[in-house]
Design a protein around this ligand. Sequence first.
Ligand code: SF4
Length: 305
Amino acid sequence: MLPEHPPIHTLGRYLRAQYGRKLRRIMFDIGTDCPNRDGETGYGGCIYCDIDGSGTGAMRNQKSLLEQWEEGLKRVRRSQPEGPAAIAYVQSYSNTYPDLLPLAGALDFLSDKSNIAPILSVGTRPDCFGKEAAALLKSYGKKFSEVWVEFGLETTSDEVQKVIGRNDTLANYHTACELAHQHDLKIVTHTLAGLPGEKMTGLAEQVKETIRAGSHGIKFHQLMVLRKTKLESIWRKGELDLLEVNEYVEMVAQVLTRIPPEMVVHRLVAENPAESYLAPADWPSRAKVHGMIEKKHRALVAHGA
Ligand code: SF4
């Protein structure tokens, strides 16, 4: 038996402590774009990004915000039939690009739903986050209990950013985080393990920068090959080494021993719908990987890592 230890400060545990219940994300696609797809910084997107910009594709299927809300609400109400139930997550593409009009409309729409969705979360690229975007989000600070801005970091190496066709920089990430702090926004940083060209210490370096930036939360993802991405053709040619599940578990468990106890772990492992997922094919379910990370983390803490 391993001794008792502080558990990983997961989002579920944070929400139960703050709101007495679990809140589930309702994802929104507000029809924005990404400078890395339209030619501003690159064409066609990051090598791992699918046609829906890592989101739901709702706008491509002409679903209004109201339809997206109603669908999401039906789903979250199954487990929370009344009261607060959701995190309104404006997810797809870069939601502060090319301008702030779609986001302003979405915030207006969501602001009178904060009794059900008390947390607002908006994802964007660091290079698309300026003073106006920060001020817009801050202006909704009193409508919601919390306003989060989610930044993709994905690698600390500007060289790897070029290899993966992402074309952002570490300096942009830190500038965006400073702006978020100045505007009282909570930051959630997305990290990614296993990119081509990335060192095995890549995840640890991302976590170091995430801590340095004062990020309030962190999401861990493993590199996955999805259909209709540039990565799919690289993988089909046999030119891609993907992480083994045990390597990923070890990496994440190790870095978890180094993050501040108050940092909220929003995600330990990524998953994608089966219809778009290709590889790695031999990983166990997300719940199982979650359990493996918790167990490994427990062991590392018990042995004074
Ligand atoms: S920055 Fe995000 S939305 Fe843009 S191409 Fe990369 S993953 Fe897709």
